[in-house]
Design a protein around this ligand. Sequence first.
Ligand code: F3S
Length: 397
Amino acid sequence: MKITKEEQDILDGKHGSAAKKSMEILKALGEIYSAEKLIPVSSVQVAGVSYHNLGDAGLEYLEELAKDGKIRVRTTLNPAGMDLKDWKKLGISDEFAKKQLKVITAFEKLGIEPTATCTPYLIGNKPKFADHIAWSESSAVCYANSVLGAKTNREGGPSALASAITGKTPMYGMHLDKERQAQITVNINAEIKTLDDFSALGCAIGKKIQNKIPYITGIKEADTDQLKIFSASIATYGGTALFHIESITPNKTLIPEEKTEITQKDIDNAKKSLNDNCEIDFVAIGCPHASIDELKQISKMLEGKHVKITTWISTARKTMEQAEKQGITKIIENSGAVMAPDTCMAVAPLKDRFRCMATNSAKACFYARGSNNFKTRFGSTEQCLEAAITGTWKEHW
Ligand code: F3S
């Protein structure tokens, strides 16, 4: 990989130890993936923010970097393990909170905005078409590549951080147009309308094609929230960082000859596979973080009602503040549901607190089962909130 004089200076430690360490990470990555050179990025999203996942070793690494490191491009943060201001209401201990706040302080020292959301594109960090960026967080990566037409590999926390500090990323994979072409045509022969339909669709396609890039036909329309939840589940169950949807997404691609189909049966099976036979004791909506439109819909469903089961609505703090101004959060909180900004059901320390979680997100099911050992119920937003209000889950098939 070609290294410029400026990059060599960074490698030689002339810009401090954080920059040196970061450049070493990017050089090693570039060499592994045979990148020709490093290229500038215009935006970074860093995952690996929850103390629950980082532990003390991660915190120490960040504090070391923050001693002399500074970011060079706009950088935002993934969700943390708690509401950063009012963690007590989520049942988070002060001991955990103390460590989590230290993590945030280290990121802030580096110059990173403590946005704590997996939907940076909804709160101002929205790259333009063809921008080279370095994002971690698989759902945001998939959304940025596919819906916004920006270009990013699926970075890990440390490599995204290295890009933030150097302003560069190795040019390989998703940064190259030839690597962004669809590899399989997937025709959808099913009714896909609601958020849970899109989430189940991502799960069904992901399981079928793994990490191939699909060219999807048969979807007539999809709004931002539907594409957001679809991005999260296809990236989780398949591992792809990019999809194309005919007449909906902006990237140009060759149309692949290899074909497959998703039927109504595949969607129903995906939904059934996310449903365990369990009595719910937790309802979690907002994976990925809920948009202002979703919050509005949730408030309409909860208005004048009272939830019997612990219910979290995860969102970005900025989105919540917008909702507060419109009186939306008050309606949600009056129902007994809890606003959970800055965090989510997957990165908060929830193990052993619940046994059976209801959600409208296939990705949330994946992490609830994998990391927290919960059983899951999957359905529409209405179905989940109805269950929160009545205390029982109603099958809809
Ligand atoms: Fe976001 Fe947490 Fe889901 S980070 S995509 S809400 S698992």
